[in-house]
Each structure stands twice: as C-alpha cells, then as structure tokens.
Design a protein around this ligand. Structure first.
Ligand code: PRP
Length: 189
C-alpha cells in the first residue's frame, strides 16, 4: 500500500492506493504465464465481461503466449438497479457457439458473485468443454454465492474501489492503479 499521487487530477479523489500499477503489472504477467501453461494446445475462448474488464483483459491476453480467441459479453441487472435477484439480461452475447470450447471468463472484480453465477449457469447450457473464472480482484467478504474462482489476482478489502477498469458513476476507469475512492467524492451534494 502506498500514498496516492495527489498531484494528479484523478489522484486527488483517491484516499489510498491499494494495488499500484507496478503491482498489477507483475501480477497480471504471472497470471498470464500460468494461464498460458494451463491452456496450451486448447485454444481457449477468453471472454471479457464488460465494461470493467477492458484494461485487465487487454493486459492479460498479451501475457498469454498461446493461441487463443477473445470475445466479450455485456450484462445488466434486471430490476431497479439492484443485483439482489441475481437475474441479469444479456446486452451483448458471444459471437460464436461455445460447444466443446474451453471458456475463460475474465472479470475486473467479483463482489457478491451473482453476476458470475448467473453467467456460468447460462453458458453451461451451451455445452462448453470447460468454464473457468479469472478475476483481478476478489472481494471475498461480500460474497453471497458459492462460486468457484480458479484464477484470482488479489483479495480486495470491502471498500469502494476504483481504477484499472473499476468505476464510480462511469468515472475513474482510466486510473492506472486500484485505489479507494475518497468519500468526499460521493458525499458531495
Ligand atoms: C461489476 C464487475 C462484475 C460485477 C461483480 O460490474 O465487473 O461484473 O460488478 O459484482 P457481483 O459479484 O456482485 O455480481 P458492474 O455491474 O459494476 O458493471 P461494469 O463492469 O460496467 O462497471
């Protein structure tokens, strides 16, 4: 953990840096190498769950020196902005069938686990050879679902984190590190 760069425009809204750009780069490189060894010869379909996955999946696949394909899905919760039902709507589905394919779902963060539980249940009906989950951050304390996470970068404290894809009201996804948002940002009238 280190102090945020307060002299940057976005850094001024960050209370503390949890995972620096350097720590993330090192972790992603290790994960990519391990995934490449695991999936060698299987030509996995690496599926990013939009929107928050974009920096992570971009770095991760470049750290995987094997043949693979990349696709994206976008899902949205049903209901009045609550994830409590765990029912999600597919905004963007996969481009191709996944029957017989090895699928790796890539998430920036797992919180309750509802999104992934629903997604994996829906995708298993398409008869893939395997589905595994890779998340940069795992907020284990917030978990309500019993889901398996085969590949995790960091265990994340139950704090309001932003950066490296994670947003607050659509902002801060472009921070190069993961930090805790300063409460003054969301308590402002
Ligand atoms: C985040 C994250 C996961 C989900 C995890 O996405 O990217 O998809 O929440 O939460 P859960 O484990 O409680 O289901 P979000 O809905 O914030 O959308 P975004 O990726 O566009 O920011």
């Amino acid at each position: 953990m280190s102090a945020p760069p307060q002299d940057t425009r976005l850094g001024a809204s960050i209370a503390e840096v949890l995972f620096s750009a350097e720590a993330i780069a090192s972790k992603v490189s290790q994960m990519g190498a391990a995934l490449a060894a695991h999936y060698e010869g299987k030509r996995p379909l690496v599926v990013g769950i939009l929107n928050g996955c974009f920096p992570f999946i971009a770095d991760l696949v470049r750290a995987m020196d094997i043949e693979l394909e990349v696709d994206f899905m976008s899902v949205s919760s049903y209901g009045a902005g609550t994830k409590s039902t765990g029912v999600v709507r597919f905004i963007k589905d996969l481009e191709e069938p996944i029957e017989g394919r090895h699928v790796l779902l890539v998430e920036d963060i797992i919180d309750t686990g509802l999104t992934l539980r629903y997604l994996t249940e829906a995708l298993y009906t398409r008869k893939p050879a395997s589905i595994e989950v890779c998340a940069l951050l795992d907020k284990q304390q917030a978990r309500t679902q019993n889901i398996e996470v085969q590949w995790r970068g960091f265990v994340c404290p139950d704090a309001f984190v932003v950066g490296y894809g994670l947003d607050y009201a659509g902002r801060y996804r472009n921070l190069p590190y993961v930090g805790v948002l300063d409460p003054s940002v969301y308590t402002k009238g």
